[in-house]
Design a protein around this ligand. Structure first.
Ligand code: HSE
Length: 330
C-alpha cells in the first residue's frame, strides 16, 4: 500500500511542479454505527448532516489549523491534538511528504458527541481533501487506517464502523479488525432513515466504558443470529427480515439508560410505522428505518414533540443511505 501511495504522491500537483489546484473544499457524511445489533462491525452513511474541510497548500512545511466553526470552541486548534490534522499527518508521513505545508479550516455542521460519527466525518473530509489535492488516485479504502487513528484519538478506541462508511459510502461491514477486512454491503433501494438527536451529552469514550466486557453464550447466540439476519435481509432486500433482526441484547440494554425516554421513543417510532429503531453509534442520537420518506418525517416530528414535552431540545434528519461518501465541493 505504502509504495502505491508514494508513487501517487510523487506525481502530485502539490510538489510545486504543476499549476493544478492548491486548495480544496470537501464534505464528508455523518454515519450511523452499530446499526443496533452490529456493535463495532456495522455502519452506514447518510446524506445529511456532514462536516466540511477547506484545505490549502502553504509554503511552510507542517500542518496548521486556521479556523474551526460550529464547535462552540470545543475542538483544539493545536494540530497535534486535533483528529483531522493528526490523521492527515499520519497519511503524509506514510508517503514521505513531511515537506508539505497544509492549512486546514474545519466547519462542523453537526453536533459533537451526538452519536452520528462527528469526529469521523471531519477526519474523513480531511483525508479525502489531502488525497485529492495530491492527485493520489489509489483506492480510497487505503485511507481507512489513517482515519482509524483519528477515531482512536477522539475516543480511545480505533473502531471503524463510523470512518469506514464515511469514507466508502453506503452500508459497510467490518468483518475483521486484525487483519482489517471491510466489506461493502448492498441495501434495499428506498430505505429511509429518520434520525433524532436529543441534545444531551453522551461522550463515546464514556459510553464504551459502561459496556459489559463479558457476555453470556445465550446472548451471543441471539446477537450473531440477528447480525446474520440483518446482513441476509440487506442482500435479499427483505425489509421485514431487516426489521426483526435489528435487536441488540448486548449493548442497548446498558446504553439506553443514557438516552432520555429511549424505550418510550422506540414505542412511538414503531407505532408510527418504523421498520426498526435503535441507538445511533454510542448515542444519544436514535434512528429508525422506514419504507418511505413520509413515515420517516412523521417519526422525527413525533419524537421531537415528545422530547420537547420533557424539556429536551433536539434536531432531526431524514435521509436515504448515502452511497457516495465524501465529495469535493469546490
Ligand atoms: N461502535 C462505536 C460504539 C461507535 O458504539 O462505541 C461510536 O460512535
Amino acid at each position: 500500500m505504502e509504495q502505491e501511495l508514494k508513487e501517487a504522491a510523487q506525481q502530485s500537483p502539490a510538489t510545486g511542479n504543476s499549476p493544478q489546484a492548491t486548495d480544496i473544499k470537501v464534505f464528508a457524511p455523518a454515519t450511523v454505527a452499530n446499526v443496533v445489533c452490529g456493535f463495532d462491525v456495522l455502519g452506514f452513511a447518510v446524506n445529511e448532516p456532514g462536516d466540511e474541510v477547506v484545505m490549502r497548500v502553504t509554503n511552510k512545511p507542517g500542518i496548521t489549523i486556521s479556523k474551526i466553526t460550529g464547535d462552540d470552541g470545543r475542538l483544539p486548534l493545536d494540530p497535534a491534538k486535533n483528529t483531522v490534522s493528526v490523521s492527515v499527518q499520519h497519511y503524509l508521513d506514510s508517503i514521505d511528504r513531511k515537506d508539505l505545508g497544509l492549512d486546514i479550516e474545519l466547519h462542523k455542521k453537526m453536533p459533537i458527541g451526538s452519536g452520528l460519527g462527528s469526529s469521523s466525518a471531519s477526519t474523513v473530509a480531511g483525508l479525502f481533501a489531502v488525497k485529492t489535492l495530491l492527485g493520489d488516485d489509489t483506492d480510497v479504502a487505503k485511507l481507512l487506517p489513517f482515519a482509524m487513528k483519528g477515531e482512536e484519538m477522539a475516543c480511545g478506541h480505533g473502531h471503524a464502523d463510523n470512518v469506514a462508511p464515511a469514507l466508502l459510502g453506503g452500508f459497510v461491514l467490518i468483518r475483521s479488525y486484525e487483519p482489517l477486512d471491510v466489506i461493502r454491503l448492498p441495501h434495499p433501494p428506498g430505505l429511509y432513515c429518520a434520525i433524532v438527536f436529543p441534545d444531551v451529552d453522551v461522550p463515546t469514550r464514556e459510553a464504551r466504558q459502561i459496556i459489559r466486557n463479558k457476555i453470556l453464550m445465550k446472548d451471543a447466540v441471539t446477537q450473531w443470529g440477528n447480525i446474520a439476519g440483518l446482513v441476509s435481509g440487506l442482500y435479499t432486500q427483505d425489509i421485514d427480515l431487516i426489521g426483526r433482526s435489528m435487536q441488540d441484547v448486548l449493548v442497548e440494554p446498558v446504553r439506553s439508560i443514557l438516552i432520555p425516554d429511549f424505550y418510550i421513543m422506540r414505542e412511538l417510532a414503531m407505532q408510527a410505522g418504523a421498520v426498526s429503531f435503535g441507538i445511533s453509534g454510542s448515542g444519544p442520537s436514535v434512528f429508525a428505518f422506514t419504507r418511505d420518506e413520509e413515515t420517516a418525517r412523521q417519526i422525527t416530528q413525533t419524537l421531537q414533540k415528545h422530547l420537547a414535552g420533557i424539556k429536551i431540545n433536539s434536531n432531526s434528519y431524514v435521509s436515504t443511505i448515502n452511497d457516495a461518501g465524501p465529495r469535493v465541493l469546490g
